[in-house]
Design a protein around this ligand. Structure first.
Ligand SMILES: *Cc1c(COP(=O)(O)O)cnc(C)c1O
Length: 467
């Protein structure tokens, strides 16, 4: 036997045992705190920052999982922070199986079924959000998708892969996600190459300001490369006016990328709010957010796979370097920054077939409804102030108890709320104010769970809820 072999029968036993541990854990989620109580950085470090063992400890290694489960943030029904999917158990089984199969989803010849399944899943996602005909690929997340989209935009509008780069401008609103300026930095546009456009009272990009900025840049002989429209900004969930932005982009031949990492999948439930999304050149969306998949599953969609190949194919004769068969010659690595790629699509494929699209639509609709329930509850509390409209499922608010320093007060409330572990929320900055933020992207949450946000904030602020 080689040193890393697993003895016959051992895997079966270990997998059975682990399945029981995982099932017990999932069944306990509703009773666990939303964050491990009294957990300090030092506790976690002292448990895990150990020396690597020279000799294996065998089965004993699995026992360490108990401490991992104790010190992670559980996928509680009362988790409403950031934008993060709640993790479907069926998807976890898909991920487990994907790891057992361990496919390298570079190209058809390396992984036939996995390539076909990923292409199918990408097509399903595109059609589900009203973008039939788009192709694309799965990736690590929305940040990776945004980076690749702007890479394609750069190569399409100011080709530089061969001999370097001339300079250009990326436009996005003040509310755009940090992954946009980050991508611009990585692509060499620099921070100066990102022009932030103001938003209106609904936190939507102002098209008049965008038009003026583009005209100004053209006059100054700068090159407008891409506009990034948000379809669900991370703070408030606002959706930029996509048709008007698309029109402006078409007029000036500017690449339109839609950052839908948070919101685009809500088009399953409320397509009317995403009118014009199909006019984009590229769209990011995140199955590990509003398709409730486990972490590490983003998706980039694009209208023209040729643009992806011009962006990412390393050799000019990419099509000829493999089989010329349109199916068997396909290579994701010619359309993506990744080469070795995990079988991300399996969990999505399994989940979508297991539940069907309608179940996801219903769940997203329920998240949207629960966000309105929460917003309504906040409006009805005298001491709570809703700080932004709630077009999707992010609810920004704060305690307004007459403190001289409401930012400080709300920061303290947030810390106490998280410490108590009943609900988990995060924060945002709204018009320069420190805001509490609850975001419902959680297939486990109920009305009671979202209302617990209100009672927890009021209780930790020292006030009693009115109800
Ligand atoms: C989450 C998010 C991203 C980044 O996606 P990751 O999957 O976290 O890399 C980008 N844009 C928006 C609007 C997001 O909500």
């Amino acid at each position: 036997m080689r040193s890393l072999d697993t003895a016959p029968g051992d895997f079966r036993l270990q997998a059975h045992r682990l399945s029981d541990i995982a099932a017990d854990y999932l069944e306990s989620l509703n009773n666990l705190p939303a964050f491990p109580p009294h957990l300090s950085g030092v506790d976690v470090e002292s448990r895990f920052n150990t020396a690597v063992p020279e000799s294996g400890i065998g089965e004993e290694a699995f026992a360490g999982l108990a401490d991992v489960m104790r010190m992670v943030r559980p996928n509680s029904p009362r988790f409403f922070a950031y934008v993060f999917g709640s993790g479907l158990p069926v998807g976890a089984l898909g991920e487990y199986m994907a790891s057992v199969l361990n496919q390298n989803v570079t190209a058809w010849r390396s992984s036939p079924a996995a390539v076909a399944i990923e292409k199918t899943v990408v097509r399903w996602l595109a059609e589900a959000i009203g973008c039939k005909g788009f192709s694309g690929s799965l990736c690590g997340g929305g940040s990776a998708a945004n980076l690749m989209a702007l890479m394609m935009a750069r190569e399409a509008k100011v080709p530089a892969n061969q001999s370097g780069y001339e300079g250009g401008v990326i436009y996005c609103s003040d509310e755009a996600h940090m992954s946009i300026p980050k991508a611009a930095m990585m692509l060499g546009f620099g921070r100066v190459g990102v022009r932030r456009i103001g938003v209106d009272e609904k936190f939507q990009l102002r098209v008049d300001e965008l038009r003026a900025a583009i005209e100004d840049d053209l006059r100054e002989k700068r090159k407008p490369v891409a506009v990034v429209a948000s379809a669900g900004t991370v703070s408030t969930g606002s959706i930029d006016p996509l048709p008007a932005i698309a029109e402006l982009c078409r007029e000036h031949s500017i690449w339109l990328h839609v950052d839908g990492a948070y919101g685009a999948l809500a088009a399953l439930a409320i397509p009317e709010k995403f009118d014009g999304i199909h006019l984009a050149d590229s769209i990011s969306l995140d199955p590990h957010k509003w398709l409730y998949q486990s972490a590490g599953c983003g998706c980039l969609l694009y209208r023209d796979s040729g643009a992806a190949q011009r962006g990412f194919a390393y050799s000019e004769d990419y099509a000829r370097s493999l089989s010329t068969d349109p199916i068997e010659g396909f290579a994701f690595f010619e359309e993506s920054m990744e080469l070795s790629r995990p079988f991300r699509a399996l969990k999505v494929w399994l989940s979508l077939r297991y539940f069907g699209m309608e179940a996801f639509r219903q769940s997203i609709r329920e998240d949207l409804r629960l966000a309105q329930v929460l917003a309504e509850a906040i409006r009805s509390e005298e001491k709570l102030e809703l700080l932004a409209p709630v077009p999707l499922s992010a609810v920004c608010f704060r305690y307004a108890g007459g403190s001289k320093d409401p930012d400080k007060e709300n920061r303290a409330i947030l810390e106490r709320v998280i410490e108590r572990g009943k609900v988990y929320i995060s924060n945002a900055t709204i018009h320069g104010k420190f805001a509490l933020r609850a975001c419902v992207v959680n297939h486990r949450s109920s009305r009671e769970d979202v209302l617990a946000v209100v009672s927890e904030v009021l209780e930790t602020a020292g006030a009693r809820p009115l109800r």
